[in-house]
Design a protein around this ligand. Structure first.
Ligand code: PEP
Length: 254
């Protein structure tokens, strides 16, 4: 079974509307005529999304996503954005369970599970992040931590739904720190994640589900990481903020 690689740019709270439009123009020029073998995704801040879509001009070469969504439908939830609003913009992806949302905004596995269900119900694809802290890894509890996050986030989903979720393994200690898991460490974690999916949702689902690695991915290390059998792409923060660097990442994915 071959899985199409997927590389996603998580811009976090960077890049406003004007800079976002300029990024897309520049990115399109850099990659023009080049073979891109992966699904390419950009996840801007909410207010940058319309100008990025406008700059894309209907080109479906890049799928656009949101960095969060409400678990509620609509109503008195000040500051929140619903799946219907994302659908209306024509988005394809929603990043959920990012460690920054778990850590700074108190998102639990149960909240993330509710958001994943809403996202799937709206026909959008969750990019579901999991990962351990340095202390958890050093304390020898990497696998239980990943298993709890996985089972919590994917609770009550069907095998078919899980097959379409993109999972992002992001060791917290490697996010934005310049530290990257070695390709061996990353592969071991990815293989474990696939095994848990196989145990809970069946071998066929585990073969289909795409698992990205995230944590200080850059053009210099992406090829070796993605050469690992269970690594199907990358979720990239810092190195996705410049069109040249993000273009180098997506064009190197084979
Ligand atoms: C991320 O934001 O998900 C991420 C992996 O960031 P960085 O690439 O900067 O480590």
């Amino acid at each position: 079974m071959s899985r199409k690689p997927i590389i996603a740019a998580n811009w976090k709270m960077n890049i406003g509307p004007a800079e976002g439009a300029a990024f897309i123009e520049s990115f399109k020029n850099i990659v023009k005529g080049q073979d891109i073998a992966c699904d390419t995704v950009i996840v801007p801040p909410f207010t940058t999304i319309p100008s990025v879509l406008n700059a894309l001009g209907g080109c479906d070469c890049i799928g656009i996503g949101a960095q969060n969504v409400s678990e509620y439908d609509n109503g008195a939830y000040t500051g929140e954005i619903s799946t219907t609003m994302l659908q209306e913009l024509g988005l394809k992806y929603v990043v959920l369970g990012h460690s920054e949302r778990r850590q700074y905004f108190g998102e639990t596995d149960a909240i993330i599970n509710a958001k994943i269900k809403k996202t799937i119900a709206a026909g959008l694809t969750p990019i579901f992040c999991i990962g351990e802290t340095k202390d958890e890894r050093l304390g020898g509890i990497l696998e239980p931590v990943l298993e709890i996050q996985l089972k919590g986030g994917l609770k009550d989903l069907t095998p078919e739904q899980v097959a379409d979720v993109v999972i992002a393994y992001e060791p917290v200690w490697a996010i934005g720190t310049g530290l990257t898991a070695t390709s061996k460490e990353a592969q071991e974690a990815h293989a474990f994640i696939r095994k848990v999916i196989a145990d809970v949702f069946g071998a066929e689902t585990a073969e289909k589900v795409r698992i990205q690695y995230g944590g200080s991915v850059k053009p210099e290390n992406v090829v070796e990481l993605m050469a690992q059998p269970d690594i199907d792409g990358a979720l990239v923060g810092g190195a996705s903020l410049k069109p040249e660097s993000f273009a180098a990442l997506v064009t190197s994915a084979k």
